[in-house]
Design a protein around this ligand. Structure first.
Ligand code: 4EZ
Length: 229
């Protein structure tokens, strides 16, 4: 099986590059795609750069140019659900775009014609994740992840996103990667470890916890890929 592993920032994929012995690479469209092996699987690893546009591009290239058959996203996120603490893991049951807004025309937030507000992640990959969590005895939350081209560090915006999307965590790439994978028929999975709570101190927390939370997520993703046949 050929599996794509995507992060937004170098810090989010660095631990995976090491574990996959990914020393071969190709540059394409201003991103670097690394090639390695995890158990019996070939892996293509990249970081896209931050946000919906860059992540869509990188996911598309992984699929159309490098032929990945599944995509797993690893990274960090802001916690919206008060039960989520820094370092906790959440897998997306579904994802949405909180900054997509044509509400002037009577459409709900996060919706455009012929699209859908929520996109659901792959059942099989979710099942593998739940098994890994059980075996490693780690707590894995499941919830809605909201994506937008904004770093949220503001209580009002945070509450607005919670209210309109019932979201549990917030980041800037999952929803766009979901659109690409769903459109092209590639099963996908999104995992995030909490780095901050999207509040007024989120910037400070993010800087303090990016590395440690990114590692939590990366290690879990590697354990999952070890089980994919
Ligand atoms: C985006 N990522 C943050 C990138 C920040 C700074 C140089 C995850 C994330 C996030 N996104 C962690 N906390 C967040 C928050 N509070 N709002 C949005 O995927 C780059």
């Amino acid at each position: 099986m050929k599996i794509g592993i995507l992060g937004a920032m170098r810090e989010e994929i660095e631990p995976i590059l090491k574990l996959a012995n990914a020393d071969k690479f190709v540059q394409y469209g201003k991103n670097i795609y690394y090639f390695g092996k995890i158990a019996d699987n070939d892996v293509v690893i990249a970081y896209s750069k931050i946000g919906k546009v860059f992540s869509s591009l990188t996911a598309s290239v992984m699929i159309e140019k490098f032929g990945i058959e599944k995509l797993l996203f690893s990274g960090v996120a802001g916690g919206l659900n008060p039960n989520l603490k820094i370092g906790d893991l959440i897998r997306a049951s579904s994802l949405c775009q909180h900054d997509l807004d044509i509400s002037t025309f009577g459409h709900p937030f996060g919706y455009v014609p012929e699209g859908s507000r929520f996109i659901y992640s792959d059942e099989n990959l979710n099942k593998i994740a739940d098994e890994v969590a059980k075996d490693l005895n780690v707590n894995l939350f499941t919830g809605i992840i909201a994506t937008g081209d904004q770093f949220i560090a503001d209580k009002n915006r945070k509450d607005w996103i919670k209210k309109h999307f019932d979201a549990d965590a917030i980041e800037m790439e999952g929803g766009s990667v979901a659109v690409v994978c769903e459109s092209l028929g590639i099963p996908f999975f999104v995992l995030r470890a909490i780095s901050d709570s999207a509040d007024e101190v989120a910037g400070f927390d993010f800087d303090s916890f990016l590395i440690s939370s990114a590692k939590q997520s990366a290690d879990f993703i590697v354990s999952m890929i070890e089980r994919i046949k």
